[in-house]
Design a protein around this ligand. Structure first.
Ligand code: ATP
Ligand code: MG
Length: 499
């Protein structure tokens, strides 16, 4: 593609925030009809670069060319006029408006005569744009009644109405099911055929190899290189990303399993969880596998007291316990880290320190009767190091951290509660490969310290790599159990589809 004229070129882009050099002399070249991946660790500067391109932030230095003409992007609207649209990871659709109202939000068409919004026109146009991407959502549906995958389609349709030639997708698949991801990919292929350029950000290597033509890698705010997908291996990419070879991506530790910490007996939640029984021992990581919708999260939330179980018993260290709320569960030493970290307990307007210690303040009061700031600060620093959280200091506002680093803060928060049993739902969603390994090491540490971990995951290599044992769910039921030496993708899938 080298001889073709690039549609977009970013040259020598730099951007600083107080205390952070987010980008230093970064380059990016994109051609029409190309899907290009932007790859890098959490905090490498991917979102910042794309926010500069889409007019959210102003660059400090560098030049941007569209079809070889230099442009000075003034803001989001200006970027849109230049044909650039960004679909942020946090979708920005409005739940109480219809699909077509969302698609034309900010670009409503008014009837010349009545000066009212021309709903019929908007509806028809929406229908045709949705059809172009193979979606058959009814434009009159209220957005609150559709799922995340469909919302993504709305964002894409919206980009098409604006005549975008460059569409940026920042981690589009994190909230999607497998089927929705397949659907998104077929839409991306259609867009590519139309000559539209896509900048695709993801931490999922398999997706990048499947859908992207080429890859630009950033590390620590700097440009590392650009490669054609078919000329690079996964290991080479990881080395470019993290700056060193990443050996043993799934560290496993064999520790002695002792007493049963948690026993779940015939637990049910209406028709979503059906008679599930299992136990987990001190020194054990129990993986929970299953397809999206198999009831794994419901099971976890039922144990944690988020949902009221319809039947069944829970035992902690042999004692029958009555858990009616998450607060009860925490008292019994059970923590649950939800997969939806953004929704659960992440306070963007507070500091990293406050976010980590807010539910744990009591332990810094013990014996001192007032907050022991020094201990609190030391603890926070310890976890910032342990999980390599990228922040200039612990008083940094949460909203200024990159997406993946916000995730790590939430993980730290739950670890600081020192649970006996940690239930962790999709622990490495949105987390880069290097940091994934750090998280597995933390889970192994918990194991060695005589705790139990229940790890719900849709990432097969992760389940196989770090679990001591895996239970598999299908349609609310437990369909299988596999010991470490029986763990293969085929075995897990067999139970996951209910054979
Ligand atoms: N508004 C801001 N104020 C201060 N620092 C910021 C701001 N936005 C981003 N940063 C910092 O700039 C760096 C790059 O962040 P960015 O969000 O671009 O990373 P990323 O590559 O998208 O990471 P992730 O994979 O975790 O989403 C990080 O250190 C981040 O904390
Ligand atoms: Mg990001």
């Amino acid at each position: 593609m080298e001889d073709k004229k690039p549609l977009l070129e970013m040259v020598g882009i730099s951007k600083s925030f107080p205390g952070v050099k987010a980008l230093q002399d970064v380059n990016l070249k994109v051609h029409g009809g190309e899907v290009i991946a932007l790859l890098g660790e959490n905090g490498a500067g991917k979102s910042t670069l794309m926010k500069i391109l889409s007019g959210v932030y102003k660059k400090d230095e560098g030049k941007i060319f569209i079809e070889e003409n230099e442009v000075d992007i003034q803001g989001i609207k200006h970027a849109e006029r230049l044909g650039i649209t960004i679909i942020h990871q946090e979708l920005s659709v409005l739940p109480n408006l219809t699909v077509s109202e969302n698609i034309f939000l900010g670009n409503e068409k008014f009837d010349k005569g009545t000066r009212k919004i021309d709903k019929k026109w908007m509806r028809e146009r929406s229908l045709s744009f949705l059809k172009q991407i193979g979606s058959n959502i009814d434009p009159d549906t209220l957005v609150k009644n559709i799922n995340v995958g469909e919302m993504q389609m709305i964002e894409i349709a919206k980009a098409l109405t604006k005549n975008s030639s460059i569409i940026i997708m920042d981690e589009p698949t994190t909230a999607l099911t497998d089927v929705e991801t397949r659907n998104l990919f077929s839409v991306i292929r259609k867009l590519r055929e139309k000559g539209i350029a896509i900048v695709y950000i993801s931490h999922r290597m398999d997706e990048i190899f499947e859908i992207c033509d080429s890859i630009t890698v950033l590390r620590d705010g700097k440009y590392v290189g650009h490669v054609e997908t078919k000329e690079v291996t996964k290991d080479e990419l990881i080395t470019m990303m993290v700056g060193r070879k990443l050996e043993d991506q799934f560290p496993y530790k064999d520790v002695e399993k002792t007493k049963v910490l948690l026993k779940v007996d015939n637990i049910s939640l209406k028709n979503r969880v059906k008679d599930v029984s299992f136990q987990v021992k001190a020194g054990e990581i129990l993986g929970v596998a299953g397809l999206m919708g198999a009831g794994r999260t419901e099971l976890a939330k039922t144990i944690f007291g988020d949902y009221k179980k319809s039947s069944g018993e829970i035992y902690v260290e042999g004692e029958k316990v009555n858990i009616n709320s998450p607060k009860d569960a925490i008292e019994y030493g059970i923590s649950y880290l939800s997969e939806d970290r953004k929704k659960e307990g992440l306070i963007l307007g507070m500091s990293v320190r406050e976010n980590m210690t807010i539910s744990n303040l009591k332990s810094y009061e013990k014996g001192f009767k007032r907050l022991n700031r020094k201990i609190e600060k030391e603890e926070v620093d310890k976890y910032i190091k342990k999980l390599s959280i990228k922040t200039p200091h612990q008083e940094q506002m949460m909203k200024n951290l990159s997406g993946g680093n916000q995730q790590k803060v939430i993980i730290a928060k739950w670890l600081m509660l020192l649970p006996k049993v940690l239930i962790i739902d999709e622990p490495t969603k949105g987390i880069d490969v290097g940091a994934k390994k750090e998280i597995y090491e933390v889970l192994n540490e918990l194991k060695s310290a005589g705790k139990a971990v229940i790890m719900i995951s849709s990432d097969m290599p992760e389940l196989i790599g770090v679990s001591d044992r895996v239970i598999v769910m299908h349609e609310g039921k437990l369909t299988g159990e596999l010991n470490r030496d029986e763990l293969t993708q085929e075995n897990i899938m067999k139970y996951a589809v209910g054979i």
